[in-house]
Design a protein around this ligand. Structure first.
Ligand code: FA5
Length: 363
């Protein structure tokens, strides 16, 4: 081919070469339209764009042309090469998508299929008791004008400790055994109090009130009332001239609402660096009704709702002026609440994954 072409006049030769490029593009387009598998596409690429392919043959012939024509044709051939490559990449993406869609269709699982129990009866799925109680609480708080906020499980030192008035090397850090990451800067949050800081930093202007439910993690010795992964619901209310009397009244109304009856409570001084004064609010054990059991450790009381007046340093960390605003915060132990509510005497059952246990509460 090159032999004959070399004997032709340069402009005839150039025209012929351009014609070849055009034909090459057309045949490439046809081949691509027909190619409907990855193997066929690989073949097309080798045939047209490979080292020994059709375009390479044209480029080789270019080498024997005078400099002037070579430059012009070279540019055209290069443009063509890029154009073909782009089309080829698009075609491959289309084929990949079709293949993924096909696999998804073939491997589709109907996760809504009903489960049968051992006796062959259809068992409808239901909510976990912690979810049921959490949702009920959210409804109560929403009705009281609270917002519901969220926060990450993996936290940094600042939000879990420092901003909550627990600086580095403060002994209060030892109150909560912590799962640290290797960098010793990040940790699995030990309480939902982190949401106090995140909530304030959302730049909501006081007055405001919000709750933040979620999982927390502690490297605890596990027993009937202590789990390593459990749930809390944080609450914060900030405004002007809020008093301890407001806090106590609020907690009473809340607990009556939760239990649907008047529950006996007691308030003890409690130390939490992020509140001043701080309290432990206990309720009379609803498992043993005060006579003493393993849940209340024989005391007749269960620690449920620690709370207190927000420390000015915490407000400052949240960007709020403590001379103008104040308020209170509380941290509800959700798993303990579930235990009281349903008469469960071992917290470990709640997250045991035992379906026979969970389905008793399903609604
Ligand atoms: C706190 O975590 C504070 N952040 C609560 C708080 C918030 C105080 C705002 C003041 C103001 P504490 O470590 O006591 O506090 O835990 C709060 C509740 O979580 C407890 O009352 C208890 O109901 C529950 N709780 C604590 N440890 C466990 C555990 N290992 N397993 C199950 N529930 C637990």
């Amino acid at each position: 081919m090159v032999h004959f072409a070399a004997r032709l006049k340069p402009h005839t030769l150039v025209r012929m070469m351009f014609e070849k490029l055009k034909v090459l593009e057309e045949t490439f387009n046809c081949a691509l339209r027909d190619g409907d598998s990855e193997a066929e596409l690989a073949n097309i690429k080798a045939q047209f764009l490979g080292r020994k392919g059709k375009l390479a043959a044209i480029l080789k012939a270019l080498g024997q042309m005078p400099m002037e024509e070579r430059r012009e044709l070279g540019r055209a051939a290069n443009d063509l090469k890029n154009r073909l490559l782009r089309k080829w990449v698009d075609a491959r993406a289309d084929i990949e998508k079709i293949s993924i869609d096909k696999k998804l269709k073939e491997n589709w699982i109907d996760i809504s299929l009903r489960e049968r129990d051992r006796a062959g009866r259809v068992w409808e799925a239901g909510l976990h008791p912690v979810t049921i109680v959490q949702r009920e609480l959210e409804d109560i708080f929403l009705s009281m004008g609270f917002d519901i906020l969220d926060g990450p499980h993996i936290e940094d030192d600042f939000h879990n400790f420092t901003a909550l008035n627990i600086p580095e090397s403060h002994p209060a850090r030892d109150m909560q055994d912590t799962f640290w990451f290797k960098d010793l800067k990040h940790l699995l949050r030990t309480h939902t109090s982190t949401i106090q800081i995140r909530g304030m930093k959302q730049k909501i202007k006081p007055p405001f009130r919000f709750v933040g439910p979620g999982k927390v993690f502690r490297c605890e010795a596990i027993d009937a009332s202590h789990e390593a992964v459990f749930h809390q619901m944080e609450g914060m209310l900030i405004g002007r001239s809020i008093t301890v009397a407001n806090l106590i009244y609020f907690e009473k109304v809340l607990l009556n609402e939760i239990f649907g009856k008047e529950v006996e409570i007691r308030l003890r001084p409690g130390f939490f660096p992020f509140v001043e004064p701080g309290f432990e609010l206990d309720i009379a054990c609803l498992i043993c009704h005060g006579s003493g059991c393993r849940v209340c450790k024989g005391s007749g009381w269960v620690e449920l709702l620690p709370c207190g007046m927000t420390h000015p340093n915490v407000l400052k960390h949240g960007g709020i002026d403590p001379d103008e605003y104040n308020g209170f915060a509380f941290g509800l132990g959700l798993d303990r609440l579930v235990m009281m509510r349903y008469g469960i005497d071992d917290v470990r059952l709640i997250h045991s994954g035992n379906i026979d246990f969970s389905k008793q509460f399903a609604v």
